[in-house]
Each structure stands twice: as structure tokens, then as C-alpha cells.
Design a protein around this ligand. Structure first.
Ligand SMILES: Nc1ncnc2c1ncn2[C@@H]1O[C@H](COP(=O)(O)OP(=O)(O)O)[C@@H](O)[C@H]1O
Ligand SMILES: [Mg+2]
Length: 458
């Protein structure tokens, strides 16, 4: 009889304790520890010579390791290829996280269909929908293909056996929280289960060179449900996000062992499924009013691609109590900091003003280069003077009110020019070492007050 051991595991961060605790000492979350029973012999099932991937490893000379064998597989969705770093790497384990209803299953069903049409074999394991439901969705999305198997199953033993049987090139697991590893007694969806299921999926991916896409649910707080270990184990983590009230969806790479992170893929969701949006700047600027105050356009660099986004600000006097600071799609601390700099260095009396900030179109921006546009939108609303509709702004704001250099300035300026902007404000220090284009006026600024004067008139 194997010894059973009980421990308490934080469902937020994976911290494990032999005693129950009301508050996780690691992540500080309350009531997140759940009792999990672990079989004593579990640890012994891993042979000392076997790695986590299930392959018996031996040292190899680096120059003898052949990487040429595995070219990337391009899907028909270029936006997905971009986020993956140029296509699917065979044998990789890719996690796709996102809110319910955002379109994870839709995306994977579409990609599976396309891969199978091109002659690849795909096994789509669903723990959430029946074969019928998936078929109906597939019909709506016009997805078909010969070697495309739908498999409603949650038991990992059966899934592994089926994978051995079918030998598919791609396995889709929808979702990791619904799968069950039989050697773990904890409830489905618990940290121990997710860990065990992911470890088994990793063995499928690395041991058999099968590409595995895993869907992961996201908690209310916006992080992947389950412990961080899930993100550590997989090769690539993609987040599918967007406003459910808008049709645009953004696929973002937050971890990628085979490409750069912070790449964005932009899709539009409609009845026929997800369509790529090759020109995102146009959609983010689409609904902009030409002569509104409190609006400034920034060229933000998401991964390797510059996109233009309108930043909106509404500054109104505080009626009672403390001043409100609300930011949608922007970091609230960044906004507070810029407001403090505006107050101290540019003499804007903002302390008794409510501020509502928003990156239009449901996109989330977080890089220093958006500072100047945030400051400009705030000042524009506060002074009730509009920025020129053909002006764009790029620059980091320092605490002394200086405008600091940003990266990839050439690309940003070129994108603004391409979209018909006539003037772009950039940090003066960014002006050396490259040829400014002739179809857009590039204005170098050193301080925030100088930028405000030039763009807003005073
Ligand atoms: N019959 C339909 N026509 C149009 N859109 C639909 C239809 N059924 C579902 N959808 C869209 O697909 C979305 C569900 O996507 P899904 O891939 O199931 O999300 P997830 O797997 O991330 O939970 C819904 O939010 C809805 O917008
Ligand atoms: Mg789903």
C-alpha cells in the first residue's frame, strides 16, 4: 500500500504547504490553498534516466545537433505565423490562453482544418464540446479536411493511447483544465492535475515530435488559471484578447522559445470565423473624430510591427472626494506619473481633476514611447484645444519633463507617413544617424513644455 500524502496547494501560484493556511505566503492570495492528495509512489515512477520530455537523454556535441530537419510549418493565417515567430515549430507545445468566448476554439478549429487540408493529420481533443457541437461549428467555419479527427475525451490515458494509435502530426487539447491524469487523485482543474496533464502533453510533444496546442482558461484577474508552472513548461504562450463587445481580437505572444515576444496578430471575428487584419493601424484610427479635444495618435511598436493608436483623455473637474484616475488599455501608474510631470513641469493644475484615459479600439499598450501621446491627450482635454488630426507623437517622458529617446524611430516615422500623417513629434535625441523622410515633417523636441507649445499652441 503506497503512502498517501496530503498537502495544500495554492491554486493561484502553485505554492505547496504541509498545513492549511488561510493566506498563501508566496502570492498573498486569500483562501487559495486547496487540499491535494498525492500518492507516495508517484515520485518513483520517474526513472532517473528519463527527462521530463520522456526521452532518455545523453550528452551531444553542439555541432552535431541537427536543426535543419525541422523547418517551420506556415499556417494560412499569417497573423498566427507572425505571433509564433514565423510559423509552427514541429514538436512544440503551444499554450493559448484567453477569456471564455474570445475565440480560442474557433482559432484552433480553423487552423486544424487548414493544416488537414494541406495534408497534415490533426487530432482535436475536446473536453468541453461534443463531436456534434464541434462539427456544427466546423460547418459554420467551412472547415474540413481528410485527416482531421475530432475526439471528445478528457482522460489522458485514453488520449495517449489514441495518439499512439493515430500518430497525428498535430494534437489540439481544448482545454487543459478539463483533462484528467488518472494517476493524480486531485480534482480536475486543480494545480496538481494541470501540472500532471501538462507534463504528459510535453512527453507527447517532445517524445513523439508532435506539435501540441493547448487551450488554457484565464481567471477573472486576467492570468492563466493554474500555476505559473504551466507557463514555464510550455514552449510558447499566446494570449488571445480583445473586447467581447468589439469584433477585433488580438493574439499576443508573451513567451516564445522560438521567436520574439510581444508580437501581435490581429483578427476580426465574424460568423465565418476569424479573419486576419493585415492593416491594423487603419482600424484603430477608423472611428477617430477629426477635431476632438483630448485625442492624440501614437505610433506604438508591438513586437516588430508599428501600429498607430489613438489615445483619448477626458479631464473634468472633480466634484467631490478624491480625484479619479481611470485608464483602459493603458497602465494606470504610467498615467499618474505623466500627470504628475505635467503638473510639476508644465504647470497644468491637474490635482483636482478627474482623468479618464483610454487606448481606442480595445488594444492594450505598455511601452515608454507612448508617454508623449498620453501627455498630449491629457493637456489637449484639459486646455480644451485639439491636436492637429495629422499629427502623431512618439517619446518617453522623464521625471524632469524631458523627452527621452525611443527605439526603432525610423520604423515608427515610416508607418505614420504611410498612413498619411503630416507631422510627427519625436525625441530630439532620436534625430541623429538616419535620414528623415520627405513626406512627413519630423519635429524633434527636448522637453514636454516645448512639445505642448508646438502641438497645442501654448
Ligand atoms: N453561430 C454563430 N455565429 C457567429 N458567431 C458565433 C456563433 N457561435 C459562436 N460565435 C462566436 O464565437 C465565439 C465563441 O468562440 P470560442 O472559440 O468558442 O471561444 P473560446 O473557445 O475562447 O471560449 C462567441 O463569442 C461568438 O462570438
Ligand atoms: Mg472553447
Amino acid at each position: 500500500m503506497a503512502k498517501t500524502r496530503t498537502h495544500y496547494v495554492c491554486q493561484n501560484c502553485g505554492y505547496s504547504s504541509p498545513r492549511f493556511l488561510g493566506r498563501c505566503p508566496n502570492c498573498g492570495k486569500w483562501n487559495s490553498l486547496v487540499e491535494e492528495v498525492e500518492q507516495g509512489q508517484l515520485g518513483k515512477t520517474v526513472q532517473p534516466t528519463t527527462t521530463l520530455t520522456g526521452i532518455v537523454a545523453k550528452p551531444q556535441k553542439i555541432k552535431e545537433i541537427d536543426t535543419q530537419k525541422t523547418p517551420r510549418v506556415k499556417t494560412r493565417l499569417n497573423e498566427l505565423n507572425r505571433v509564433l515567430g514565423g510559423g509552427i515549430v514541429p514538436g512544440s507545445l503551444v499554450l493559448i490562453g484567453g477569456d471564455p468566448g474570445i475565440g480560442k476554439s474557433t482559432l484552433l478549429l480553423q487552423v486544424s482544418g487548414q493544416l488537414s487540408v494541406e495534408g497534415h493529420s490533426v487530432l482535436y481533443v475536446s473536453g468541453e464540446e461534443s463531436a456534434n457541437q464541434i462539427k456544427m461549428r466546423a460547418q459554420r467555419l467551412a472547415v474540413s479536411g481528410d485527416n482531421f479527427y475530432i475526439y471528445p475525451e478528457t482522460n489522458m490515458d485514453s488520449i495517449r493511447a489514441t495518439v499512439d494509435n493515430l500518430q497525428p502530426e498535430y494534437v489540439i487539447i481544448d482545454s487543459v483544465q478539463t483533462m484528467q491524469a488518472t494517476d493524480v487523485t486531485s480534482a480536475i482543474g486543480s494545480v496538481a492535475q494541470i501540472r500532471a496533464v501538462t507534463a504528459q502533453l510535453m512527453q507527447i510533444a517532445k517524445g513523439k515530435n508532435i506539435t501540441v496546442f493547448v487551450v488554457g482558461h484565464v481567471t477573472k484577474g486576467g492570468v492563466l488559471a493554474g500555476p505559473k508552472i504551466l507557463e514555464h513548461m510550455v514552449d510558447t504562450v499566446l494570449y488571445f484578447e480583445g473586447d467581447l463587445h468589439h469584433t477585433y481580437r488580438i493574439l499576443r505572444s508573451v513567451k516564445n522559445r522560438f521567436g520574439s515576444t510581444n508580437e501581435l496578430g490581429i483578427f476580426e471575428m465574424n460568423t465565418e470565423g476569424l479573419k486576419e487584419v493585415p492593416n491594423p493601424s487603419e482600424i484603430f484610427l477608423e472611428e477617430r473624430l477629426q477635431d476632438a479635444t483630448g485625442s492624440a495618435v501614437v505610433v506604438s511598436l508591438e513586437g516588430t510591427r508599428p501600429i498607430l493608436v489613438e489615445i483619448q483623455a477626458l479631464i473634468t473637474p472633480t466634484v467631490f472626494g478624491n480625484a479619479q484616475r481611470t485608464a483602459t488599455g493603458l497602465n494606470r501608474n504610467r498615467v499618474s506619473l505623466i500627470m504628475a510631470v505635467l503638473e510639476k513641469r508644465a504647470n497644468l493644475l491637474l490635482q483636482n481633476q478627474d482623468a479618464y484615459l483610454k487606448a481606442a479600439g480595445g488594444v492594450k499598450l505598455d511601452e515608454p514611447a507612448i508617454d508623449l501621446a498620453i501627455a498630449m491627450a491629457i493637456a489637449s482635454s484639459y486646455r480644451d484645444r485639439g491636436t492637429q488630426p495629422t499629427d502623431a507623437f512618439v517619446g518617453e517622458v522623464g521625471l524632469t519633463g524631458e523627452i527621452r529617446r525611443v527605439n526603432r524611430i525610423e520604423q515608427r516615422v515610416a508607418e505614420a507617413a504611410k498612413l498619411g500623417f503630416k507631422r510627427i513629434f519625436v525625441p530630439k535625441n532620436n534625430l541623429q544617424g538616419w535620414q528623415t523622410p520627405t513626406n512627413i515633417e519630423v519635429v524633434g523636441v527636448t522637453t514636454l513644455s516645448e512639445a505642448l507649445k508646438l502641438a497645442l499652441g501654448h
